[in-house]
Design a protein around this ligand. Structure first.
Ligand code: PEP
Ligand code: MN
Length: 454
């Protein structure tokens, strides 16, 4: 029998080691890293290849305009918050949003968490200085700790294994929530009715009433609600730490091709998408559906070259471009990119991340985003695809199921001063539960409008 490593040689999986790998921690203990990686090479996979193939089909449908992706979760998951309450609140938020979007889109919503592995972050600087003391920057719980001490900030390979274990427990509870009755459509609908009781959300009432009527209609027709007790849910994260991702590669015994078993969907961040860099090379060799973030400096040629390298055979659903232009750039920068790919490229699934191009520092010194900017980028995304004749295939958001105060605005109007009340993120600001639902109602309207104009 060929071992994974012999096969890996064949597949060139380690070629990335000869290339520039940005955003990697400097692990001080090489022996410990090697031992951890060795161990991770032998553990059970977090996902199986059949699931990744199903997801490729779902994303292909989203690319054709027959489904819509909702991908959401924390900027950075933390080990401390990987407990049932936080995970349940996040799942609940995503499921509630999905019901509203299903109605708006009249299409299946592909549900995916930035969850069960989103523990490593690209940073703008390798170090952080406070009061004259310089230490390695916090790179996410899978690398080091947030506390500003030398011990906490030293990258520790034990955290890679801890990350694997916590991802496994998270994926397990996610599966329980999505198959054990918690995701029952009628229950999710009841939660949405609870949300609508707040007068702040009056403007969404007509949509909420329509959804209510649709559910009663289904009931009256004798719809099998038992089938709607279970939902399909996928997990995803940024494939940043190449030692970890490489160690999680397994062979698909049926096709004989390698896949990355750390999550269903993996994406390459804006800072690591260089065409001849290590991340692009590595992900070009695993069979999962993958994504690439495209920021405002992306040229149409950059996008085309990424597509040729990451999806040379033009498999539908294999490649998703997650655009994060910022509300100021979306209407000027995105059209040329979409036109070029639409004209010269193979199929791609277009998703908007309206968070990362709209980050600002508030007057009170918090890293934040304006709810209105976020929604305006989504609107711009729909306008551009409408004009080009391409398909807006999904929405990628940083959110939490809790009542944090990290993003400015929304109908409950979180103000500059209000940010301090419950600002908990260690990295980027997330929409809270209410803001997330409000976004879903507005995006549902955009989807409806888009469809009626086609
Ligand atoms: C992120 O998704 O948290 C992130 C860092 O995004 P980007 O790579 O688009 O900057
Ligand atoms: Mn982020």
């Amino acid at each position: 029998m060929t071992s994974v490593n012999d096969e890996a040689q064949l597949a060139g999986l380690d070629n990335f080691r000869n290339l520039q790998a940005d955003q990697q921690p400097t692990w001080p203990d090489a022996k410990k890293l090697a031992d951890t990686v060795d161990l991770l090479g032998k553990v059970a996979p977090l996902v199986i290849p059949q699931e990744t193939e199903t997801l490729t089909q779902r994303l292909a449908a989203a690319g054709r305009g027959e489904a819509f992706l909702l991908q959401g979760g924390d900027c950075a998951e933390t080990f401390a918050e990987a407990h049932a309450d936080r995970i349940r609140n996040k799942m609940r938020t995503i499921l509630q949003m999905a019901v509203v979007l299903t109605h708006g889109a009249s299409m299946p919503i592909v549900k995916m968490g930035r969850m069960a592995g989103q523990y490593a972050k690209p940073r703008s600087s390798a170090e952080e200085t406070r009061d004259g003391v310089t230490l390695p920057v916090y790179r996410g719980d899978m690398v080091n700790e947030f506390a500003f001490t030398e011990q906490a900030r030293t990258p520790n390979p034990d955290r890679l294994f801890q990350g694997y274990s916590i991802a496994a427990a998270t994926a397990n509870i996610v599966r329980a929530f999505t198959t054990g009755g918690y995701a029952d459509l009628r229950q999710v609908h009841e939660w949405n009715k609870g949300f609508m009781e707040n007068p702040a959300y009056k403007r969404y009432e007509s949509t909420a009433v329509e959804i209510d009527r649709a559910i009663r209609f289904m009931d009256a027709c004798g719809a099998d609600f038992d089938q709607l007790r279970t939902v399909e849910f996928f997990v995803s994260h940024e494939a940043l730490l190449l030692d970890y991702e490489r160690a999680m590669v397994r062979m698909n015994p049926i096709s004989g091709t390698p896949y990355d078993s750390s999550g269903h969907f993996l994406w390459i961040g804006e800072r690591t998408r260089k065409i001849d860099g290590a991340h692009v090379d590595f992900l070009s060799r695993v069979s999962n559906p993958i994504g690439v973030k495209l920021g405002p400096t992306t040229s149409p040629d950059d996008a085309l070259r990424l597509q040729e390298k990451l999806n040379p055979e033009g498999v539908e659903g294999r490649l998703t471009f997650i655009t994060r232009m910022g509300t100021a750039n979306i209407r000027t920068v995105l059209p040329n990119i979409v036109e070029k790919i639409h004209r010269e490229g193979s199929p791609v699934t277009w998703v908007t991340d309206p968070m990362h191009g709209n980050t600002i520092t508030s007057a009170t010194g918090y890293k934040t985003r304006r709810f209105d900017d976020v929604l305006d980028e989504v609107r711009g995304f729909f306008e551009v695809h409408s004009a080009v004749g391409s398909v807006p295939g999904g929405l990628h958001v940083e959110l939490t199921g809790d009542d944090v105060t990290e993003v400015l605005g929304g109908s409950e109007e979180i103000s500059d001063e209000g940010l301090a009340k419950r600002y908990e993120t260690l990295v980027d600001p997330r929409l809270n539960h209410q803001q997330s639902l409000e976004m879903a109602f507005q995006v549902a309207e955009m989807l409806q409008e888009f469809r009626s104009n086609r």
